[in-house]
Design a protein around this ligand. Structure first.
Ligand SMILES: Cc1ncc(COP(=O)(O)O)c(C=O)c1O
Length: 439
């Protein structure tokens, strides 16, 4: 048996194994496309973040941004690892409740929370509302006063920093749909409003500058921007920053490009800078909260597809089609995300062709990988696409009425069906026949 990487090995049959399980056996057992999550990787990533925060002099909190991948069982794993979660909708909150996730460790995000979502969250006694805009602030103020129930809040501010990432995953710049702008005074107004509201407990601020950020400078720049205002607000109207939530966005490699990234180093550097900044501004250290998503689940996920048709255009392109694509992983089509893949059933075979992997949806843009070196391929080969644990199943759709894949968790030689595969019959749960008066 040869070592591959990150909990993955190749067995004597030349098959990819994850957590000691043959992925071809898993594909035969559960069908394809199949998402396989290596739960040890999830646990290791969480531990890495906890370790990185260990030396920070005040309390810290890791809150898993569950938009990256949520399921009842994943919330239960997160609970076992004793960290918090972020949800961004009533739907995520519902699944977290089904998982029995403790309310006080749930933080609620979103730029357009509805009144009923706020009520659900208040009913469940969630930890913090990350307030995004005045509409939400007004609603929350009114609801908490009506219910005579105190809600803990953080105000989300946009620090006006352009992080070096794709524009669709950039959120901390001025022209963003998220959060209160600092420069125009909106953030100050929101902080004052929250501070004055009888039933709101304003605990601090939140920022999220974007995703796939590999350096620390953008975080440090954003924190510096915010702290100038914090100092001013502290002097002017006694605002205390007890919690500073610096968001997620820690970058991960979806393809092996030789660069070694370390969210641990990145976070340690950020923590050190935060300490220095608070000393410079002569303010007490706040609690340091982070909310990583992709860096917890991305590398834990592998998708297994069945290979079907091929189209060879000499000197142009060799297309290989698989039984999934943009419906289970929109990231390549949505923001040019890149992936690496190998034949799960012939891991030791040497690449002989450069091929491009096409999805099965009726869209030319449904391409999963361009220019991938692979061995000679036959129908029914199984393609393993690596590091698909973040924002793939979570963004899955039923476009072309494709059914969502199954999700299997593996750990220490055990497998467990976390989400069963959809069937076309599932669609009929939402469908009605045309009534008589429409005929
Ligand atoms: C507010 C907020 N926090 C955290 C995250 C998680 O980001 P990532 O998965 O890049 O860590 C996101 C991602 O969109 C976000 O919008």
């Amino acid at each position: 048996m040869s070592k591959f990487r990150d909990g993955r090995t190749v067995n004597d049959k030349g098959h990819l194994e994850i957590a000691g399980l043959d992925t071809i056996d898993l594909a035969n057992k559960y069908g394809t496309p199949l998402f396989i999550y290596n739960i040890s990787t999830v646990r290791e990533n969480i531990k890495m973040f906890k370790d990185a925060l260990k030396n920070y002099p005040k309390n810290s909190e890791v809150s898993y941004a569950s938009k990256a991948f949520s399921s009842v069982a994943m919330y239960q794993i997160i609970e076992q690892e004793d960290i918090s979660i972020d949800v961004v909708s009533g739907g995520e909150l519902y699944i977290a409740k089904q998982a029995g996730f403790p309310g006080e460790r749930i933080n609620f995000h979103g730029n357009n929370k509805s009144r009923s979502e706020l009520i659900d969250a208040l009913d469940y006694g969630i930890g913090h509302f990350i307030v995004d805009n005045f509409h939400e602030l007004d609603m929350l103020k009114a609801l908490t006063a009506e219910r005579k129930q105190t809600a803990k809040v953080l105000i989300r501010v946009t620090p006006g920093v352009d992080a070096d990432t794709h524009k669709y995953i950039l959120t901390g710049n001025v022209d963003s749909k998220f959060g209160f702008d600092l420069e125009s005074g909106q953030a100050e107004d929101a902080v004052r409003m929250a501070q004055e509201a009888e039933y709101l407990q304003l605990d601090g601020l939140h920022m999220h500058i974007g995703s796939q950020i590999f350096e620390s400078d953008s975080y440090i720049l954003a924190m510096t921007q915010i702290l100038k205002y914090v100092k001013e607000w502290h002097t002017q109207f006694g605002f205390n920053l007890s919690i500073f939530n610096i968001g997620g966005g820690f970058g991960i490699q979806h393809i092996p490009n030789g660069e070694v990234t370390s969210s641990k180093n990145q976070l340690e550097e950020i923590g050190q800078s935060l300490i220095a900044l608070f000393e410079e501004y002569d303010l007490p250290y706040p609690e340091l909260w982070i909310e990583p998503g992709r860096s917890i689940v991305g590398e834990a996920g592998t998708t297994i597809y069945d290979v079907g048709s091929q189209k060879v255009l000499p000197d142009v392109r060799h297309y290989i089609s698989v039984d999934g694509g943009m419906a289970d992983n929109i990231r390549p089509a949505f923001y040019d995300a890149e992936y690496d893949a190998k034949l799960a059933n012939r891991m030791n075979d040497k690449p002989v062709n450069t091929v491009s992997i096409a999805g099965k949806a009726c869209e030319s843009g449904d391409m999963l990988i361009w220019d991938l070196p692979l061995p000679e391929i036959k129908a029914d080969d199984k393609l393993a696409v690596f590091n698909t644990g973040d924002y793939s199943f979570a963004m899955a759709s039923n476009y072309n009425r494709l059914t969502k894949p199954a999700v299997v968790f593996v750990e220490d030689g055990k497998d467990f069906l976390a989400i069963r595969r959809e069937t076309p019959e599932d669609f009929m749960r939402f469908e009605n026949n045309l009534p008589e008066d429409f005929r």
